[in-house]
Ligand binder design. Structure first.
Ligand code: NAD
Length: 475
């Protein structure tokens, strides 16, 4: 499966090296040192994976949905039993703390379980009166591309509903964080998944996506990552009209109204923002505060950010680890410099920590002019901007003033303000008086440039089905 020096591909039921023997280095973001490697697939490896997935489709989708679900439940148990070791691997590759990595695996296990438990019910025909019904059918081979920020749970959110619905899958795991894909696929192998039903590849992303999506064998593309890459993949998918589920970037606002309880809002924002060093697509990144609370909020938020213990992810005292890669540090430097050059003030943080590793401290910027890049480009890191507002209409206008529309949050007890904000905020998900991310039982998806399609819950499951309408049953 894997060893200390190389993670492998899994094609047609077998762990193996890539056809050319090439590997890619994996770097520990806390030390900046290469500590393991991952096999890189050739196009012939991809052809083998495509052929294996295609061959397995008929038998897999004809198998009773209950059995497919049971296999996921067994895999969930196997994965749950190895969470401690898997979380250490994830933390070393990604930089998140062991506690965060353990929590992420718990959600991955829950996702396998939820889809396993609902496989039968969501695969059953849906009656429409006495004469018609909808028959859900597996759409076919899935190409899934997952990123490095939450590699375990994001794989589970694609793979579990696809398999439960009867679709074989070719997964491209993130090359920077390969262990999560390897641990999850190995759990499925041990649970008895038939050869060819799941295939795992790593390699040069652009080569893999171009090759897989140019094949008519692939019927669905599911991708989580940046908007720029999502658009490239959607263009490739257009040639074969492959269906797309695109979970792209976010730049989420939090509106803190004048009646908000800051003893609840500040810790909730701080906890959610700085999880995974801010590298979550739905992390809050722009805080809009009623002017009467602005100074108080800014001082409490700064105090909360200063208290966060940044350090090595394997130290139990650490609350925030390093960023995942050098690209994120460069982005933090660029966005901070641009904001400061335009007149913003750094309340705390704002510069890379002087130590080995990709460490960037919790950073709060105030007085950020509307033209600053940090208000428009997804920061994808531990940077928060804090801006005052005078009316709810102004808060909504500012909240919606990015091209993204993934998540939005607000704090108020006022019924009218709640209604206005729920209606006015352009986002796939709105959370009231707390910050909430993805869960196995609920859909999640974006609007605007944050993508389209759903993951999670019943809607996420149905993304992998063709809903066939059958007419004239009583004839
Ligand atoms: P990136 O766009 O280069 O890569 C993002 C992910 O997509 C990576 O896992 C990468 O391996 C994969 N990828 C890149 N090119 C691909 C291709 N042609 N085909 C298939 N997969 C491809 O960006 P990055 O520097 O790795 O990450 C930073 C940006 O990515 C952030 O600004 C953020 O917008 C976005 N991102 C979003 C999420 C999310 O949860 N929505 C997760 C990770 C990254």
């Amino acid at each position: 499966m894997s060893n200390a020096t190389n993670y492998q591909l899994f094609i047609n039921g077998r762990w193996r090296a890539g056809g050319s023997g090439a590997t890619l280095p994996v770097i520990n973001p806390a030390t900046e040192m290469v500590f393991t490697s991952v096999a890189s697939a050739t196009t012939s490896d991809l052809d083998e994976a495509l052929a294996a997935a295609e061959r397995s489709h008929k038998a897999w989708c004809s198998r009773p949905a209950k059995e497919r679900g049971e296999m996921l439940l067994v895999a969930a148990k196997i994965l749950a039993a190895k969470v401690e070791a898997a979380a250490r691997d994830l933390s070393a590759e990604q930089g998140k703390t062991i506690a965060e990595a353990t929590g992420e695996y718990a959600r991955a296990v829950e996702t396998l379980e939820w889809n396993g438990r609902h496989a039968e019910e969501l695969s059953a025909p849906i009656p429409m009166g006495t004469n018609r019904m909808i028959v859900p059918e597996a759409l076919g081979v899935v190409a899934a591309f997952t990123p490095w920020n939450y590699p375990a749970v994001l794989i589970a959110r694609k793979l579990a509903p696809a398999l439960a619905a009867g679709c074989p899958l070719i997964l491209k795991g993130a090359e920077e964080t390969p262990s999560a894909a390897v641990h999850i696929i190995e759990a499925l192998r041990q649970a008895g998944i038939p050869d060819g039903v799941v295939n795992l590849v790593f390699g040069v992303p652009v080569i893999i996506s171009r090759h897989l999506l140019s094949s008519p064998i692939v019927k669905i593309l599911t991708f989580t990552g940046s908007t720029a890459v999502g658009k490239q993949l959607a263009k490739l998918a257009a040639n074969n009209l492959q269906q797309c589920i695109l979970e792209l970037g976010g730049h989420s606002p939090v509106v803190v109204c004048e009646d908000a309880d800051l003893t609840k809002a500040v810790p909730a924002i701080s906890d959610y923002k700085f999880e995974c060093a801010g590298q979550s697509c739905n992390a809050p990144s722009r805080i809009l505060v009623a002017r009467s609370l602005y100074e108080e909020f800014l001082s409490r938020m700064t105090e909360a950010a200063l208290k966060i213990k940044v350090g090595p992810p394997d130290d139990p005292a650490t609350e925030m680890g390093p960023m995942a890669n050098a690209r994120r540090i460069e982005a933090m430097q660029r966005l901070t410099k641009d904001a400061v050059d335009r007149g913003a003030k750094i309340e705390t943080g704002g510069a890379r920590l002087e130590r080995p590793g990709f460490y960037w401290p919790p950073t709060i910027l105030s007085g950020v002019p509307q033209g600053a890049k940090v208000l428009h480009e997804e920061p994808f890191g531990p940077i928060l901007t804090v801006t005052p507002f005078d009316t709810i209409e102004e808060a909504i206008e500012k909240a919606n003033a990015t091209e993204y529309g993934l998540a939005a949050y607000f704090f108020t007890g006022d019924g009218d303000a709640k209604r206005e904000l729920i209606e006015g905020l352009l986002a796939g998900a709105v959370s009231v008086n707390y910050l909430k991310g993805v869960s196995a039982d609920a859909l999640y998806g974006g609007v605007k440039q944050s993508g389209y399609g759903y993951e999670g819950g019943e809607q996420g499951f149905r993304s992998f089905q063709n809903l066939k309408l059958v007419n004239g049953l009583g004839s």
